[in-house]
Each structure stands twice: as C-alpha cells, then as structure tokens.
Design a protein around this ligand. Structure first.
Ligand SMILES: C[S@@+](CC[C@H](N)C(=O)[O-])C[C@H]1O[C@@H](n2cnc3c(N)ncnc32)[C@H](O)[C@@H]1O
Length: 309
C-alpha cells in the first residue's frame, strides 16, 4: 500500500525501495514467505550484491533508515513513480522520467483530470499519471496484451492505487475506448505502433469543451502519419519534440581569461591580452549524443471541431 500515502514506518504488505546506490536499487514486497523456484514456501530473504536481507526484519523500521545487509548496507525508501520506473519488472519498452515529466506538463494534467492511456505496457507512465490525477481524477489505461493487463492490475492493487485506475483489455485501434468514455476525458496519451488509427476514437472520448492528445513514437515516420491524421481531423497547435538527453561534465580547468583593460586600451603599457591562467569551473559537452528516446507529439482539439462530430 506504500504508493498511496506518505508513511512513517514500514508495514507488512508495503512495497519498499531498497536503495544501495543510484545504479543498484530494488523493489521488495514486505511479506513473510515467498515461493522459491522449486515451488516451495520459504522465508523471504532478499539477495543483493552486498549480501542478504531478511525482509521481515524491515517491519516497524522508519522509511529512510539505513539497514544492514550481510555484507554491507542500504537505505529503505518509500517508493515513488520515479523509483518504480527505475526498478520495475520490464514487460515492454518503457517511458522514463524525463519524458514522463514533459508528457504530464504538455497534457496540462492536474488532480481531477480524467485521462486515457494506451498501451499500458509495463505501467511505468501509468504510475506517474495516477499520482498526478488523484485523488479525484481517474486513469483509464488499455492494452491488447492480456497478461500485461492482468499484471498491471495486480501491481496497482498491491500498490494501493487501484481505486484511481481502470485497466481494460482491448485493441484500441479497432475497438476504440468504449462508449462509456464518450465526452468524458480531458487528455489522451498514445504509446502504440499505430497511433493514427486511434485518433477518431480519441475525438469521441475527449470532452466537448476540447482537450489534448499526446503521442510518443520512436520513429519519425510514425510521427508524420500521426500529425497528418491529427491535422485532417481539425487538431490545432500540433508540435513534436525530440527527446534527447545530453550529459555535461563539470570540470576545473586552468584558463587564461581575456583582460578587459587590454580591450579598452590596446596601446597601454604593461597591459597584456590575457590575465595569468587561473582555475575555473567549466563544463564540457560529450563528443557524441546517444540516440533519442523518441518523439513526443502534442495537439489540441478545439471545441468547434467537437461540435461538428
Ligand atoms: C511500448 S509499450 C507501452 C509502455 C508504457 N508506456 C510504459 O511506460 O510502461 C506499448 C504497449 O502497447 C500495447 N499495444 C500495441 N498496440 C495496441 C493496440 N492496438 N491496442 C491496445 N494496446 C496495444 C502493447 O501490447 C504494449 O504493451
């Protein structure tokens, strides 16, 4: 239940983030017993690169505490959507936090928003969407892969956030989002191979006063087809962002700085062009940029267009 409210102490049933270092984190469900590979019920002992942790020993410990592993230590943190994205079991490609924050910002999501998301995939984005729209908003998430739907439903229940989300098993490209959502939603988010096939259905679901549609695609050809469809259906302010992450390295360097007195009067005696080299904090850019995560397209459906349906 640990995603629902801020908690002080760990209880049985919580999902806890075991933080060893930024590149070594795990999610652990706090329960007494687990089933091992042979199908036997055994004590829940979690193995890490720094040794074992008896999971039941976490009960009653304050979130944020340092705990001993058999060959080191870790911190126990209350999970957030960001920590979940870094540690979740991957069933598909997922959307990561830098892109998620742009998506939530572009869709104008706030507590109370009603949102459609498809496909659910590994529910990385879903967790962040739920946190944004709760307590009085709702997420309707769809996937045509049955097992992914079942697992996402189980996760939302285990995390105590199932009241804010409805998960449906459906091919949205052929069946749409269902009549029950007609004129109901503020925003539609698409992470699908063929997003343009869902746009007619999205228009039906968006509220009569208009709304926003956002689509994430790795390939520019998908973006072209989606934008052409959006434009033909009367969407406006269609914009596509390419998501590139560039890491800057901060370094101390000995640099000679231009002497401003020299610029003022180049003929003055004893004035050199550069000051003596001094240690300065600088940044350097990487020589190459790793590939992008994808393109994020955002579009607005204006109210007039809905009236013509
Ligand atoms: C890349 S994953 C989504 C990942 C998700 N955004 C996340 O952050 O975890 C794409 C999902 O779309 C689903 N999907 C593809 N086509 C679909 C369709 N026509 N209807 C419903 N789901 C579909 C796939 O089964 C897959 O789970």
């Amino acid at each position: 239940m640990s995603f629902k409210n801020n908690k002080e102490f760990i209880e049985i049933g919580d999902v806890v983030t075991l933080y060893i270092n930024p590149n070594n984190m795990h999610q652990i469900e706090v329960k007494d017993k687990i089933v091992n590979k042979k199908g036997e019920l055994v004590d829940n002992v979690f193995q890490t690169t720094y040794g074992a942790l008896k999971v039941l020993s976490l009960v009653g410990i304050r979130y944020g505490s340092k705990v001993d592993l058999s060959r080191g230590w870790a911190y126990v943190l209350q999970p957030t959507p960001e920590l979940w994205t870094l540690t979740l079991p991957h069933r598909t490609q997922i959307i990561y936090t830098p892109d998620i924050s742009l998506i939530i910002y572009l869709l104008d999501l706030v507590p109370g928003s009603i949102v459609i998301e498809t496909g659910t995939g590994s529910a990385s984005l879903s967790h962040a969407l739920i946190r944004t729209v709760r307590p009085n908003g709702h997420l309707h998430t769809f996937d045509f892969h049955e097992q992914r739907v079942v697992l996402a439903q189980e996760e939302f229940k285990n995390h105590g956030i199932d009241e804010f989300v409805t998960v449906k098993h459906r091919d949205v490209c052929t069946e749409g989002f269902g009549d029950e959502l007609d004129d109901m939603v503020d925003a539609v988010f698409l992470d699908l191979p063929h997003p343009w096939l869902t746009i007619d259905f999205a228009i039906k679901s968006l509220k009569r006063k208009g709304g926003k549609l956002c689509s994430f695609s790795p390939c520019i050809e998908q973006v072209q087809r989606t934008c052409a469809k959006l434009s033909s259906m009367g969407f406006i302010s269609i914009e596509t962002y390419e998501c590139l992450q560039r890491e800057l390295t901060v370094q101390q360097k000995n640099l000679s700085v231009l002497n401003l007195a020299y610029l003022r009067d180049k003929t003055a005696e004893n004035v050199t062009k550069f000051d003596e080299p001094s240690k300065l904090t600088t940044v350097s850019h990487p020589s190459s940029t790793p590939g992008h995560t994808g393109f994020i397209t955002i579009a607005i459906l204006p109210p007039e267009c809905i009236d013509e349906r």
